[in-house]
Design a protein around this ligand. Structure first.
Ligand SMILES: C[S@@+](CC[C@H](N)C(=O)[O-])C[C@H]1O[C@@H](n2cnc3c(N)ncnc32)[C@H](O)[C@@H]1O
Length: 227
């Protein structure tokens, strides 16, 4: 399970993907149900700043948020590297024509988009699971693929989460638990975010449009705009 040489301690993408594959095959209800709290927060931000257009979702799971975003009128391409989640989403006969699902990893998904062709890139609860090399690539490609004025919306777990003190710290704010909680995928590292680290993501060519810290969820909700 060796990852990118620049990402010591992270299993490679295939090993991480296999973990999620197992999770969705053994727990088919995971990430089902109504849209996330992040999505409920994002909808009014979107309707004010980018009320229509093409939206790419990264790490969509079986599509609880993608369906809500498609209902709001966006042309949604929802992507996740777990085929089991995507197959479950595609099996739903109620999928509207403005929503398509694709099994592809986050870097490849955004890399596949033309320059300045997207209005929104949306990622809820994904960036904690990406090693440095993939997170940097997603940021770079998101900046390239968004049109000027387009939005990068993401929700990430905060270092204030009590879980953030468990396990071994393998890099600053990245922890690996040897006793992952029930339902966890594999003992992969997990990244927690603080305001400074989120600011560093924004500094990759974006400007902050909205920030919200949800202390009840230990989550940051962020909307960044490509100038
Ligand atoms: C915590 S779940 C959140 C799912 C969805 N965003 C939601 O809120 O319902 C994280 C998802 O990210 C996917 N994922 C993790 N790493 C990924 C990667 N490198 N590329 C694509 N998907 C990834 C997992 O398969 C999983 O479905």
């Amino acid at each position: 399970m060796s990852g990118d040489p620049g990402d010591p301690g992270w299993p490679d993408l295939e090993a991480r993907r296999a973990g999620f594959e197992r999770m969705y095959r053994t727990q088919p209800e995971r990430f089902g149900g109504p849209a996330s709290r992040f999505c409920e927060w994002a909808l009014p931000v979107l309707s004010e700043l980018v009320p229509s257009g093409r939206l790419l979702e990264l790490g969509s799971g079986p599509g609880r948020d993608a369906r809500r975003l498609a209902r709001a009128g966006y042309e949604v391409r929802a992507t996740d590297y777990a085929r089991a989640a995507i197959e479950r989403a595609q099996a739903d006969p109620a999928t509207p024509p403005n929503l398509r699902f694709e099994a592809v990893d986050a870097v490849a998904a955004v890399r596949g988009e033309d320059d300045s062709s997207l209005d929104v890139v949306y990622a809820h609860a994904l960036y904690m699971m990406l090693p440095d090399s993939e997170l940097s690539a997603v940021l770079r490609e998101t900046h390239r693929a968004l049109r000027p004025g387009g939005l990068h919306l993401f929700g990430v777990r905060s270092v204030t989460d009590p879980q953030a003190s468990l396990g071994e710290e393998v890099a600053p704010d990245v922890r690996r638990r040897t006793d992952p909680p029930a339902g966890a995928v594999i003992a992969a590292p997990y990244r927690y975010f603080r305001p400074e680290t989120i600011d560093r993501l924004t500094a990759q060519g974006f400007e902050r449009a909205r920030t919200d810290f949800r202390s009840d969820l230990h989550f940051w909700f962020i909307a960044d705009r490509r100038p």
